[in-house]
Design a protein around this ligand. Structure first.
Ligand SMILES: [Zn+2]
Length: 320
């Protein structure tokens, strides 16, 4: 605990406030979490842990996790030498699993988005920077095979620092593997949607995240292969404003649309309805349709309650 000239400085209880990475505004954590980690001042979309993303996107109680038992192993006997000294990859995996409670950097399974069944894969940036190693590649390939077998559209949420360097060439092979699996879906006419969130970089951008049928990005997301600093020093030129951000990528045709987190679930539902041959007119008015249905249900319930009341009054009158 730090000391100030006024005495002991009180620690913030559980980090009550959080500073926006983009505009620097101080955000009240509870409100920030209610907004699903979007800055209320500038609209900056922070990275969202995989489980929170699933809870926000799919219908409650419909997510069935698959291949959760897959575990990475240290095929190369790799030791990471960083600022904290030498840490074997196998130790790092154990520590990260304990810290995050996740087995690797992606959560996969099946779910429904407003009633439409799909196969979903969500990357977790908290697990070694959302890096793609053998487990991430294998789970995406298995998800695609499952989607192909059951003709389920596949939705992939990318959030990654790229290939997992601790696995060397094995991690790079996952790029070809995931693209191959998606190609089989493409050939069979099963729709695939990629949602790129901040940040989507390296081997993930250069593979599965960029080759789906529809490419969606969250606002302001950094999406690219090599980072802007590396590119600027290599080509020795000043990079344009907003380089590698969703808005510039949309302007240049790299992605299909930008969708804010608040409307992503509705938009995904609409796109899935189009892609699976549902009613696109109904799907384009999700809230109106739902509101009408709710209003109708309320009227029916009110009429039924009134009828019930009348029947009881009649019974009472008869008894009297
Ligand atoms: Zn902000």
């Amino acid at each position: 605990m730090a000391w100030t000239r006024f005495g002991k400085k009180k620690d913030m209880p559980g980090g009550l406030w959080i500073k926006c990475e983009s505009c620097g505004a101080m955000l009240f954590r509870k409100e920030f979490e209610q907004r699903h980690r979007v800055c209320g001042t500038c609209g900056y979309h922070f990275t969202l842990p995989a489980r929170e993303r699933i809870a926000l996107t799919v219908d409650a109680g419909t997510f069935e996790e698959k291949w959760a038992s897959l575990r990475a192993h240290d095929v190369l006997g790799f030791t990471d030498v960083g600022s904290r000294g030498a840490v074997p990859y196998s130790d790092k995996l154990v520590q990260t699993k304990q810290k995050t409670g996740e087995a690797d950097a992606i959560v996969t399974g099946t779910a429904k988005v407003k009633g439409i069944a799909c196969a979903v894969g969500v990357m977790n940036f908290q697990f070694l920077g959302g890096s793609m190693g053998m487990v991430v590649g294998e789970k995406i390939a298995l998800l695609c095979e499952y989607g192909l077998e059951h003709r389920l559209p596949v939705v992939l949420f990318a959030c990654s620092g790229g290939a997992r360097m601790h696995e060397g060439a094995v991690s790079l092979m996952q790029m070809a593997k995931t693209c191959g699996a998606l190609q089989r879906l493409n050939a069979a006419g099963v729709p695939t949607i990629s949602v790129m969130t901040h940040p989507t970089t390296g081997g993930v951008t250069a593979s599965f995240a960029s080759v789906c049928d529809l490419l969606i990005a969250e606002p302001g997301a950094l999406i690219g292969c090599a980072g802007p600093r590396v590119i600027a020093t290599t080509i020795k030129k000043e990079l344009p404003q907003g380089f590698q951000r969703s808005e510039l990528l949309l302007e240049n045709g790299q992605i299909d649309r930008i969708v804010s987190r608040a409307t992503l679930r509705d938009e995904l539902w609409r796109l899935l309805a189009y892609a699976t041959g549902g009613d696109p007119v109904a799907a384009s008015k999700p809230q109106a349709v739902a509101a009408e249905a709710d209003a109708e249900a309320e009227v029916v319930a009110a009429v039924a309650a009134a009828d019930d009341g009348k029947a009881r009054k009649k019974q009472k009158a008869k008894k009297a």
